[in-house]
Design a protein around this ligand. Structure first.
Ligand code: LMR
Length: 334
């Protein structure tokens, strides 16, 4: 008798819960990323959360997990494919391990003359073609988010290619970045972003490359004595969703979420430069890192040392991809 009252109560509670509550249960988008909230990507993710929840009237709930709280670089892509999270914004240098190596075109040394060129590529035919490669991997590309040009850091000044000789340099998981470091005479070490600070601090690696906002928000400048403003490479992101999840979303909700993504993208891309400028100013202010600006001759020496990377990597990234990239990037210059 006792048991049946308990059972009846439990059933009644379950029914009450399953009624109106489940009709309103929000669609949850778990958005995982590896950087700090106070970065261009971190702020873009927050803006998307705010807008997606607003435009869907709370029918969508976005949970943002920054700083590799849930997953590190490689694991997050696997988690997205498995549906454990629904949205990510990995750096374009991290798609090689899942078999989409064409994104590594963005890692080629000095491939982007400026941000206007970047926009022509990401908004153009190639940007779309690259996203099409994600569908067979169970992913849909929604947007390109900007971060910025990379800085090289170490505990010795890096002015000429010779200065890299024998240095262990942390890189993201891109074969193009591996070839870049080898062309400079360094020893590349692939490592998850969340492990870089400690590796620099303990001397597991000697140096690294990243944007000012990533360096500052991870405190890498506190353990690196020199930073060279080389602009040799670029970091940007592909915002991606689990394809099955995205396709299965009610069409009206997907329209609102897409609108939120478009606006968050405009926002993220509008703040990236100023976020990096501020971070660089903050690094200078802390005063632990000497900031080096290359002379024209030094920069020419970097370009010369790094030019062979294009040839070495053309079979991996695709000759036609590189050509199309260069054509679109340089379209505005003639
Ligand atoms: C890195 O791993 O160095 C960065 O690309 C991390 C990020 O997402 O900006």
């Amino acid at each position: 008798m006792k048991l049946s009252i308990f059972t009846a109560t439990a059933v009644a509670l379950a029914l009450a819960h399953a009624g109106p509550a489940s009709a309103q249960a929000p669609i949850v988008i778990k958005f995982s990323h590896v950087v700090a909230p106070d970065t261009p990507k971190g702020k873009g993710a927050e803006k998307f959360r705010e807008l997606a929840e607003k435009y869907t009237g709370g029918k969508v709930k976005v949970e943002v997990y920054p700083n590799s709280q849930l997953y590190k670089d490689k694991e997050e892509l696997e988690a997205l494919q498995l549906g454990a999270v629904q949205m990510l914004a990995p750096s374009l240098a991290k798609f090689g391990p899942i078999g989409v190596k064409e994104f590594e075109v963005f890692d080629l040394p000095f491939i982007l003359p400026n941000k206007a060129a970047l926009q022509r590529v990401t908004d153009g035919a190639l940007g779309k073609k690259l996203f099409d490669l994600l569908a067979p991997k169970g992913m849909t590309g929604l947007a390109y988010w900007d971060n910025g040009f990379k800085i090289m850091t170490a505990n010795k000044p890096l002015r000429m290619p010779e200065d890299f000789r024998g240095l262990k340099m942390r890189i993201q998981s891109s074969k193009v970045l591996e070839a870049q470091m080898r062309a400079l005479g360094a020893i590349p070490q692939v490592m998850a972003f969340s492990e870089v600070y400690q590796a620099l601090q303990t001397g597991v690696v000697d140096g690294t490359e990243n944007t000012a906002s990533n360096i500052y928000s991870q405190k890498m400048h506190e353990v690196q004595k020199y930073a060279t403003l080389s602009d040799h490479g670029y970091i940007g992101y592909a915002v991606i969703v689990n394809k099955k999840f995205w396709d299965g979303m009610p069409a009206d909700i997907r329209t609102q979420v897409s609108k939120a993504m478009d606006e968050a993208t405009k926002y993220a891309n509008s703040i990236s430069q100023s976020e990096n400028d501020e971070a660089l100013a903050d690094i200078r202010k802390v005063g632990k890192t000497e900031i080096i600006t290359l002379t024209a001759d030094q920069k020419a020496a970097w370009r010369k040392a790094l030019q062979p990377v294009y040839e070495d990597m053309s079979s991996r990234v695709g000759k036609s991809v590189i050509e199309e990239f260069l054509k679109e990037a340089n379209a505005g210059t003639n």
